[in-house]
Write a protein that binds this ligand. Structure first.
Ligand code: 16G
Ligand code: MG
Length: 565
């Protein structure tokens, strides 16, 4: 390690005074102008991680669904996975080190992780379309080169495409070719093969409106569309030609506002979907004949996919273990449908892709989705081999199902949830099953639900357990939530500190007999409870009444009294 060079170049990427950042759920994220030093230092860290794992490491410059002015960075581990937790701590430590401590911190990390500094290092870099991304990715490259690492800059890529490249490079090309062309060809070939087998291939199955959040998804989908146009025609909206990234559009906007994006004309019963700013999330939606908006989120996507996979396994005659992984945000109706109707086991993990991904790896086939649209399916190596053999050996009908499964496996991006790949999987399944978007939506009815964010003095006073479904501290908070929840049918509520913003999130759902307003009335006392518990020493009900001007608690209890169990 040339410590002199590191000091010299680090000074050119100086850390703003007093700035403390944390490697959160999906890396570092903040205003772009505060990130130059973080990028340089993540270039350094990627080299150390690459030397330690003797593998290619990825660095993605993006802030996903955040406003255009923000940016962020995350490291991608050898199998396309999120960075290991112990290295997240090193990332935080390195990002926050004062200039004079940089050398010591780098040496500390190398010693703790037994990094062989003589080992070669290779880093691949991708970036989204934010105006700040190009310069910031150059700072990553500065960091990589100063530590003697080799690199390949892919330039503009979706986040899941970078995960795919890392996975391909570390598996000797077995997963696919580590080029953008290789990605397009692998997915499109599988998709076209699948849709060829669909008996219903009328126009309504072949066209889809896509809101690209004015982000990288538009660019990449446009490059890719002619590869799969035999099976699907896509009409792109919010393609970045005029609107601002993630502004009033994209998967996050549609999911959290439960309304369509701006800039998209929707006729009744037309199938539409939205990507987020870095194209690793997708949600679907449509307007019914009465003009009502229907959102089809990650939960319903997981249901469609896992049902289809299960049906194929039955046809092939294989009894493999298939599991679905969700988070606390999954709508109670989806969990009930999967467990009781589909008879598929469901597991719950903490929020954040890495938690779901790791859980899903425990199954022969693990399908994971967050309600917000992050997700994919993972297949164990043994399953992939078995299905390949079956596709060659079995008799006709079974062979057809095995061939289908083989193509579906190829169509998923198993390195990370991927809006483009998920979109093609969904389109293929709908075409093969002859399902309209309304029929898909009708699998079950979501319980009305609401989410709020609450600003408290220190969100760390809230800690949780049981996959974030129960509050451990402050004492008494969970009991107060329990008291509230047990008054309403099929109700569930939880609070958790956000991993990406300085807020606490509150979620509530209840069978409110069609009235979404009721859930609002249910969630407000939770909001106030949080504020109260953040200031210990007050009696709950009196403090809630005081904070709410004396009537929210009463109002909520009265309005919901007819629903009490
Ligand atoms: C990040 C996570 C996402 C999670 C969200 C929750 C990844 C790639 N992304 O966007 O999975 O749902 O954060 O944020 O892991 P929160 O902790 O602020 O609620
Ligand atoms: Mg994203």
């Amino acid at each position: 390690m040339d410590l002199g060079a590191i000091t010299k170049y680090s000074a050119l990427h100086a850390k703003p005074n007093g700035l403390i950042l944390q490697y959160g759920t999906a890396g570092f994220r903040t205003k772009a102008e505060h990130l130059d030093h973080v990028m340089f230092r993540m270039g350094l860290l990627a080299v150390l991680r690459s030397k330690q794992t003797k593998s290619t490491i990825g660095v993605m410059v993006t802030a996903s669904h955040n406003p255009e002015e923000d940016n962020g960075v995350k490291l991608v581990d050898p199998l396309g996975e999120m960075l290991a937790p112990s290295w997240e701590e090193h990332a935080t430590c390195l990002a926050n080190a004062e200039e004079q401590d940089m050398q010591r911190v780098l040496i500390d990390i190398s010693e703790k992780e037994a990094v062989n500094l003589q080992q070669d290092a290779f880093v691949v870099i991708g970036r989204d379309t934010r105006p700040s991304s190009e310069k910031l990715s150059q700072s990553v490259i500065d960091g990589v080169t100063v530590l003697g690492g080799q690199f390949h800059d892919y330039g503009l890529l979706t986040t899941p495409q970078l995960h795919y490249m890392v996975y391909c490079r570390n598996t000797g090309g077995r997963y696919g070719k580590a080029t953008i062309e290789g990605y397009y060809q692998k997915l499109s070939k599988a998709f076209v093969e699948l849709t060829k087998q669909a008996s219903c291939s009328g126009d309504e199955y072949r066209s889809l409106k896509v809101d690209c959040a004015n982000g990288i998804g538009a660019l990449k989908l446009r490059e890719m569309e002619h590869y799969f146009s035999q099976g699907l025609s896509v009409q792109l909206f919010n393609d970045g030609s005029k609107g601002k990234l993630n502004h009033l559009c994209g998967a996050d906007f549609v999911k959290s506002h439960q309304k369509p994006p701006q800039g998209m004309e929707i006729k009744s019963n037309e199938r539409c979907c939205s990507f987020d700013g870095d194209a690793d999330r997708i949600v679907y939606y449509y307007h019914d004949a009465d003009g009502h908006f229907h959102l089809i989120d990650g939960d319903k996507i997981a249901t469609l996919i896992s049902s289809f996979l299960k049906e194929l396994l039955v046809e092939i005659g294989e009894s493999l273990n298939i599991g679905v992984v969700q988070t606390a945000y999954a709508n109670g109706s989806s969990t009930r449908y999967l467990e009781e109707v589909m008879k598929v086991p469901v597991y719950c993990t903490k929020t954040g892709v890495k938690h779901l991904h790791h859980k899903a790896q425990e199954f022969d086939i693990g399908v994971y989705f967050e309600a917000n649209g992050h997700g994919t399916a993972l297949f164990s190596t043994a399953v992939e081999m078995k299905i390949k053999q079956s596709a060659e050996q079995l008799e006709d009908k079974k062979r057809k199902a095995a061939k289908m499964l083989e193509n579906i496996i190829d169509l998923f991006n198993q390195a990370a949830g991927d809006a483009i790949s998920d979109m093609l999987v969904i389109e293929a399944i709908l075409a093969l099953k002859g399902l309209t978007v309304q029929q898909w939506d009708a699998l079950y009815t979501d319980l009305p639900n609401r989410q709020l964010k609450v600003q408290v003095a220190d969100r760390r006073v809230i800690s949780t357990t049981n996959a974030e479904r129960q509050a451990v501290t402050p004492p008494g908070l969970q009991e107060a939530i329990n008291d509230l929840v047990k008054k309403y049918k099929l109700s569930r509520a939880f609070v958790r500190p956000s991993g990406t913003e300085d807020v606490v999130r509150v979620y509530a759902e209840a069978d409110s007999q069609g009235s979404r307003l009721v859930v609002w009335i249910f969630i407000w006392p939770l909001h106030i409870l949080l504020k109260v518990f953040a200031k210990p020493g007050q009696s709950t009900v009196s403090a809630v009444n005081r904070e709410s001007g004396g009537n929210i608690w009463q109002l909520s209890c009265r309005s919901l009294s007819h629903l009490r169990v």
